[in-house]
Ligand binder design. Structure first.
Ligand code: ATP
Length: 358
């Protein structure tokens, strides 16, 4: 039977994943989708008792069609090594070269910018290269602790990875109504990586004449996101810039509590990817019932889309829209609701949607 691997993880991860599983049950009932769930124990406790042994990303790919991940991060684990092992393992070993981060304002009152006058002004997708840049671990420190200490962090960019990210972004841009794609880089200060990104972008652009393209340096993009977010439709960028810009962009739509992500290999038609919120384990909120489960539910919705289940995906999206228009919201969105109440409300909205469409 086809099944999903669920890794609740640490901190608020298990709390928000509990709400995702409620939604999954309702979606299964309403749409007759039979996707069994295996909850896997890979978290900080597992790492602290077992060490690195036992996690095999290839085995996960063989056994499951997708991974739903809560969050990984625990102050007891030095450098969050378990998170690097598990998330890094999935991304690198399974070659999940694309990280998709959609940002869509669903209710105007959740946008902190006074000059944004309509929801439609914040509707963008950031396509972040997911396997390279400074995250490959090339570099090091010499003369540690001495006045002459040197620290090197090397950004690695290969033509293969850049090309795949850029082409995935063109495919995504082509399917969106505005068909607009912006390359964001820092080619004025990065004379090696900059031209590589520009060459790959230009080569792909020639094959997608229907997509309108432009280019911004990352500093200008950070500014424009605040000044005029409506200018953005699809954005493609490298791993580090994507990390930073997507957190900034998430704030335009209500913050980390409503920021989903999908990591996948567009060429893999079997394993559909890893779906997780942009936020981490938020240890300050763990156990308080104040965590917003919507980012994880939105990530689940991205999974439905990647699994080509359009009716279920649309129903979850409509339910999230409805909940965000209401008042039953967690404190990060100005409400007083608890994590479980928001999850229940999403489930009710999906069931109501089914009744209304009868
Ligand atoms: P990690 O090290 O795992 O990334 P972190 O606490 O450094 O954890 P995040 O988990 O991304 O980083 O969260 C940053 C802050 O944003 C949290 O401390 C929390 O206050 C807020 N936050 C994050 N996720 C949520 C959420 N789902 N609901 C409400 N607030 C959240």
């Amino acid at each position: 039977m086809t099944s999903l691997a669920v890794l609740p993880g640490d901190g608020i991860g298990p709390e928000v994943m509990a709400e995702v599983l409620k939604v999954h049950t309702v979606v299964g009932d309403v749409f007759g989708i039979d996707l069994a769930v295996d909850v896997l124990p890979y978290d900080a406790d597992w790492y602290l008792t077992r060490g690195a042994a036992g996690f095999d990303a290839q085995e996960v790919r063989r056994r499951y069609r997708a991974v739903l991940l809560g969050a990984l991060g625990d102050p007891r684990v030095p450098d969050n090594r378990h998170a690097k092992l598990i998330i890094g393992g999935l991304r690198q070993d399974l070659d999940l070269c694309v990280n998709l981060r959609p940002v869509r304002l669903r209710t105007l009152r959740h946008c902190p910018l006074r000059h944004v006058g309509a929801e439609s002004e914040v509707d963008l997708v950031i396509v972040r290269e997911n396997t390279e840049d400074v995250y490959v671990g090339v570099g090091g420190t010499v003369r540690s602790g001495q006045p002459e200490q040197v620290a090197m962090e090397v950004g690695v960019h290969t033509r293969r990875a850049v090309d795949r990210a850029v082409r995935a972004a063109f495919e995504i841009a082509r399917a969106r109504p505005r068909r607009r794609l912006t390359l964001v880089d820092k080619s004025n200060a990065m004379p090696a990586a900059g031209p590589l990104w520009q060459q790959c972008f230009r080569a792909a652009a020639a094959e997608y004449p229907e997509v309108h393209t432009d280019h911004l340096y990352v500093d200008a993009a950070a500014m424009e996101l605040i000044r005029n977010p409506a200018r953005f439709d699809t954005v493609v960028t490298s791993n580090l810039f994507g990390d930073i810009l997507s957190d900034e962009a998430a704030q335009l739509a209500g913050g980390l509590g409503v920021a989903p992500s999908a990591s996948y290999d567009p060429a893999d038609t079997g394993f559909r990817g890893v779906f997780e919120s942009v936020h981490g384990s938020a240890p300050d909120l763990a156990g308080t019932g104040r965590a917003n489960p919507l980012a994880s539910i939105m990530s689940y919705s991205l999974m439905l889309d990647r699994m080509e289940l359009p009716a279920a995906h649309a129903a979850v999206e409509r339910a999230i829209d409805e909940v965000l228009r209401g008042d039953l919201l967690t404190p990060d969105l100005g409400g007083t609701a608890r994590t479980g109440e928001v999850g229940d409300e999403v489930c009710r909205a999906i069931a109501r949607g089914k009744e209304e469409r009868r």
